[in-house]
Ligand binder design. Structure first.
Ligand SMILES: Nc1ncnc2c1ncn2[C@@H]1O[C@H](COP(=O)(O)OP(=O)(O)OP(=O)(O)O)[C@@H](O)[C@H]1O
Ligand SMILES: [Mg+2]
Length: 586
């Protein structure tokens, strides 16, 4: 017996219910900060129920007065009724405000929390999701939760309270009516059980579809130039229509299912109300109850069936809630980056900043999650006042090495550390604060040039910004712009040429004034003369900078202290002959 119970509990834990329970607990972490507002909202709902029941009572009295069963003051009773109705109207408004307040607060809190968690999630794991999918999860799923939290716990309590109190009133006046409260129950229960699985599927389908559409839209709008250039406008419109068709088919599918359910539930509600009508009329004729009591029962029977219906409809709410929670948990349960070394890195930097910081990578193995092995036993080092180059054909692993140095990914084996004298500190996400990075491709943000620069150094003066622009040879063109450093950069560097955007990107990195500078094909779009000038400027700077550049182009190699080439998944140092050969062969 004990074994059987254990087995059952085990199954529940492992199955859909266990999962839902885990997701509910997760939602609870957010909901619990707002328990006071929730209690307030619940109390309002309960007061509303009491007023509604009193209204039924008063209307019973009113009917009885009119039909002569009871002597009473008609004006007074009528006034009470009006008072109760007005009260209900105000109460509804207050309760609406409380619910809006609660869902806005929870929505912002969840979104801010998930936003910050997404930003510290391991980069490679995160890239398995399309940004459209991430956006849908962060936006729609978080909103589904904030709306649902309210709908669930307080409403469940309010509905149960409403059912129990209406039921108690029925029993008090005529227990024989109580049976009608339960007539609809078997159907509701049966329905909720069979609907559960279908609803889980529907929710998943709907979320996947949402992600697909938002991914499509986002990608289309950010690639309009390519779509036009390849004359794909018609194709993309057709694709949108296809997606819309799938979406409509899916929604209609859901609608059919909910139509079936609603039809069934409404039929049951009607049958129950006819039955109570019949019973009421019989009881009035046999003089067991008054007309007023009968009208009251009719309204109470509506309340009871309606509340049961509401309780059943909480099932889809909890399913939507937990599905959304599950989708957000997928993201935030991915491995997180470890920033615990921030203070240690700051101390390390303060101690050694005057002499500069070296970088050393030893026997590194790295394979991407999909199995692509890029490095096996790779080593390289770079020291202050040195420019070290990493060369190799496209796809050999130059960018991968930079990502490893930045701890965007973790190597499977080997050591990677910063050093100064005998002092060392391992490379972790915390050490990123000691790097300046010029990535491959255009990575400027929308805003002015100055805003982009101050993104990496908020307290930079205009003069400091101009100095950095001069070093990166960007001042040549910025100086000619009417708004100079306050000129607007559009999304992804729009409004500037590739080479100009690269120079801005280098200026941004130089402004940050970090001990280690990483340039990933950072000068690839510049003409040779400008490229040399930029690199010479960087070198001439007295700051004890350690600089690693990756490049296809040999023009840089002459000013490098060491040149590593990626061969057989290792970094090998090229001798002068090999470098000369590369320069000649270009
Ligand atoms: N996110 C990723 N997931 C899986 N494999 C990847 C990923 N990024 C790069 N790769 C693979 O790793 C290898 C090295 O890529 P990497 O971008 O480091 O090359 P690269 O030397 O910088 O090339 P390029 O000169 O074209 O910029 C390639 O074979 C590439 O297909
Ligand atoms: Mg690259």
């Amino acid at each position: 017996m004990k074994k059987k119970v254990k087995f059952l509990i085990g199954r529940i834990k492992a199955g859909r219910l266990g999962e839902m329970w885990r997701q509910t607990l997760w939602i609870y972490q957010y909901a619990r900060h707002y328990w006071l507002t929730m209690i307030f909202y619940t109390l309002l709902g309960m007061v509303g129920t009491v007023i509604a029941l009193l209204t039924s009572l008063v209307s019973k009295d009113l009917v009885d007065i009119i039909t002569g069963h009871q002597t009473g003051e008609i004006v007074k009773t009528f006034s009470i009724m009006i008072g109760l109705n007005v009260g209900t109207t105000f109460l509804n408004q207050i309760s609406e405000y409380a619910s809006t307040y609660l869902s806005l607060k929870v929505d912002s809190e969840i979104k801010a929390d998930i936003f910050s968690k997404i930003l510290v999630t391991d980069w490679e794991s995160l890239t398995t999701y399309h940004t459209g999918d991430l956006l849908t999860r962060w936006g729609s799923d978080a909103s589904a939760i904030s709306n649902g939290i309210l709908n669930f716990v307080p409403n469940a309590i309010i509905y149960i309270f409403r059912f129990v109190s209406a039921f108690a009133m029925v029993i008090y006046y005529d227990p024989s009516f109580a049976i009608f409260a339960f007539l609809g129950m078997p159907v509701s229960l049966l329905l909720s059980k069979t609907l559960l699985n279908r609803m889980v599927n529907n929710n998943k389908r709907s979320a996947a579809m949402g992600a697909k559409m938002s991914g499509f839209n986002q990608e289309t709008f950010s690639n309009i130039q390519t779509i036009k250039a390849f004359d794909l406008i018609r194709l993309y419109i057709a694709r949108l229509k296809q997606l819309q068709k799938e979406y409509i088919a899916m929604r209609l599918d859901f609608q059919k299912m909910s139509m079936g359910t609603s039809l069934l539930l409404s039929t049951v509600a009607l049958l129950v109300s006819y039955a109570s009508y019949g019973w009421g009329i019989y009881r009035v004729f046999s003089n067991a109850i008054s007309y007023g009591t009968m009208t009251m029962f009719l309204s109470l029977s509506g309340t009871l069936t309606g509340t049961l219906h509401n309780l059943t409809s909480l099932v889809p709410t909890i399913i939507a809630l937990t599905t959304s929670a599950g989708r957000l948990m997928d993201i935030i349960e991915m491995p997180r980056e470890d920033y615990s070394q921030n203070d240690a890195v700051d101390t390390f930097f303060q101690t050694h900043k005057s002499n500069g910081i070296s970088l050393s990578v030893k026997d590194l193995d790295y394979a991407y999650h999909n199995g692509t092995q890029v490095f096996a036993g790779a080593s390289l080092e770079a020291h202050p006042h040195e420019v070290v180059a990493l060369v190799g054909p496209s796809g050999e692993g130059k960018t991968t090495m930079i990502r490893l140095i930045l701890s965007l990914m973790r190597s499977q084996n080997g050591t990677a550390e910063l050093g100064a004298g005998t002092d060392t500190i391992p490379l972790t996400p915390s050490t990123r604060r000691l790097f300046s990075y010029v990535p491959q491709g255009n990575t400027m943000f929308s805003g002015t040039i100055a805003e982009n620069m101050r993104n990496v150094k908020p307290d930079a003066t205009d003069d400091e910004i101009i100095d950095a622009l001069k070093l990166s040879c960007a001042w040549d063109f910025v100086d000619k712009l009417p708004d100079k450093i306050h000129s607007i950069i559009k999304e992804r560097g729009g409004g500037f040429s590739e080479g100009q955007a690269q120079r801005l990107s280098i200026a941004r990195a130089l402004l940050r004034h970090s001990p280690i500078l990483l340039l990933d094909e950072a000068t690839s779009a510049l003409d040779v003369a400008t490229e040399r000038k930029v690199l010479k400027n960087i070198m001439a700077d007295e700051y004890p900078r350690t600089c690693i550049v990756t490049t296809h182009r040999p023009s840089v190699l002459n000013i490098c202290k060491r040149v590593y080439a990626i061969r057989d998944r290792k970094c090998v140092i090229l001798n002068e002959e090999e470098i000369d050969e590369m320069v000649r062969g270009f």
